[in-house]
Design a protein around this ligand. Structure first.
Ligand code: ADP
Ligand code: ASP
Ligand code: MG
Length: 464
């Protein structure tokens, strides 16, 4: 079987959904499980309605919801010919939207939105899009079943960044999804959403549909996990920053994982991990150009002579500097620092150390006050906000001399706050002021990709 995940822009309107159906039909013999995102922008609107309600602007929140309802109705009417199926779908959407309005009323009254209520609201986008797509597939005469992901995507109770419970998911997917695909039914399900042990809706974090796809793929030993999006594959950079970005034909799991972790939005940061465990290729494809071969992410792609493959970046980074002369030559300093971050469940991305100081970067600052106060009991702490990370990735970086020199040369006018060669030796990460991130990416991109003769690795974005 294969998993086919379609992102928001792949299901933004009736035309896009029709293309999706064609793509799925082509793969029908490979027993697809289709994982769907909300239609483009829907999750943002849903979350915005909750925010607006919290600000006491209930009428505006309801207007946002009504606009979203209308968008879904228009989509259905342009997509599904069967009038009575359409009417039934609209009838089933009405109570969902009534519930959304009620949730917003509750938020407006309390002036507070909990993560639990945010999930209840955010999850509706995927529920609507998947219902529409499966009805449209049925309308085309194909065997299809829409399965509620909350029946098998069991997570813990960290509502907005829930952690999947793999053992339970393995059992449930085998019980619920496997028999359907075995009887050649196309399964349509929602990305992003799950439920905790009590059956309460959770979500896997923004962009989490990619993660859903790879979890399903790994639990059912898929032959391939396809991530259909709005670009030709994994590119040498975010094309919104470096428009000359080129497609990579093949990269390794490790390269993709680093890129995703350090901000390449094309893949949710956790997507690669389940695929690696089962050695399942992840293929990133463009639903607007289905004929393009996309990017294959595999365990050991053929070696190339290209040291740098791609540049990712992340904004909103905070650097925490921890210094203590008392710690000179003493052991246990690092342990005492990390135990504080551990206690407040805040993950650290980059670390660099000297004899008496440690610099760390974090992107979740919700517990920063507490962390700083606790670190201050044994060290001097200074905080640097509004920083960005640039991450330069390539499997062959470790065996190529002079790459760091080229990086520093390309960025010679930019102040580097931190430098870290990833322990995996396939990346180098730099911390710079957030305002210089775009400029730094463009300079590096120009140096590494815009002046070299194109090789087999690359393919210009404009091609095909
Ligand atoms: P989807 O809705 O399909 O999940 P996303 O918007 O989450 O799509 O991810 C696709 C976008 O990721 C692209 O449109 C592109 O702007 C951005 N992106 C950032 N870095 C990269 C990269 N290295 N390669 C490809 N796309 C990237
Ligand atoms: N719809 C969700 C989001 O916008 C999940 C996804 O698209 O992957 O974050
Ligand atoms: Mg995405």
């Amino acid at each position: 079987m294969i998993v086919m995940k379609f992102g928001g822009t792949s299901v933004e309107d009736a035309k896009a959904m029709r293309t999706v159906i064609e793509i799925v039909r082509r793969e029908q013999n490979r027993r697809p499980i289709v994982v769907l995102s909300a239609i483009s922008g829907a999750t943002n609107i849903l979350l915005q309605s909750a925010r607006t309600a919290q600000e006491g602007k209930l009428d505006d929140a309801i207007l946002l919801l009504n606009g979203l309802f209308d968008r879904h109705v228009t989509l259905m009417e342009n997509l599904i010919d069967d009038r009575s199926a359409n009417q039934q779908l609209i009838a089933s959407f009405k109570p969902r939207f009534e519930e959304l309005r009620n949730l917003c009323r509750g938020i407006a009254i309390l002036g507070e939105r909990t993560n639990r209520s945010l999930n209840a609201i955010a999850s509706v986008g995927e529920l609507l899009s998947s219902q529409i797509l499966s009805e449209a597939i049925r309308d085309q005469g194909l065997p299809v079943k829409c399965v509620d992901a909350r029946s098998f995507m069991i997570t813990d109770s960290q509502f907005v960044s829930a952690v999947p419970q793999f053992d339970q998911i393995n059992t449930k997917t085998k019980e619920i999804l496997a028999p359907l695909i075995a009887s050649n039914v196309i399964v349509v399900t929602q990305g992003f959403i799950g439920s905790n042990a009590q059956g309460i809706t959770t979500t896997l974090g923004r962009g989490g549909s990619d993660y859903t796809a790879s979890i399903i793929g790994a639990s059912l030993d898929a032959e391939e996990i396809q991530i259909w999006t709005d670009v030709n594959g994994v590119l040498t950079s975010d094309p919104r920053i470096a428009p000359a970005a080129q497609k990579l034909r093949m990269i390794s799991f490790r390269e993709a994982a680093e890129l995703a972790y350090f901000g390449a939005k094309v893949l949710h940061p956790s997507t690669i991990f389940p695929a690696v465990k089962k050695n399942i290729p992840v293929v990133v494809l463009n639903s607007k150009r289905p004929e393009n071969s996309g990017t294959r992410i595999v365990s050991n792609p053929p070696k190339t002579n290209v040291p740098v493959k791609s540049i990712a970046c992340k904004r909103g980074i905070t650097v925490v500097n921890v210094q203590s002369l008392r710690m000179l030559m003493a052991y246990g300093f690092l342990e005492s620092i990390f135990s504080v971050f551990n206690k407040y469940a805040t993950s650290v991305d980059l670390v660099s150390t000297s004899e008496v100081a440690v610099s760390l970067t974090i992107d979740n600052t919700s517990k920063l006050d507490k962390i700083a106060a606790e670190l201050s009991t044994f060290a001097e702490v200074s905080i640097l906000e509004k920083q960005g990370i640039i991450c330069i990735v390539g499997d062959q970086m470790r065996s190529t001399a002079g790459v760091a020199d080229q990086i520093f040369h390309a960025l010679r006018e930019i102040n580097l706050v931190m430098i870290s060669q990833g322990a995996s030796e396939i990346n180098m990460s730099l911390v710079i002021d957030e305002s210089q991130v775009d400029e730094a990416v463009r300079r590096l991109h120009k140096h590494f990709f815009e002046s070299i003769p194109s090789t087999d690795l690359f393919e210009p974005v404009g091609e095909k």
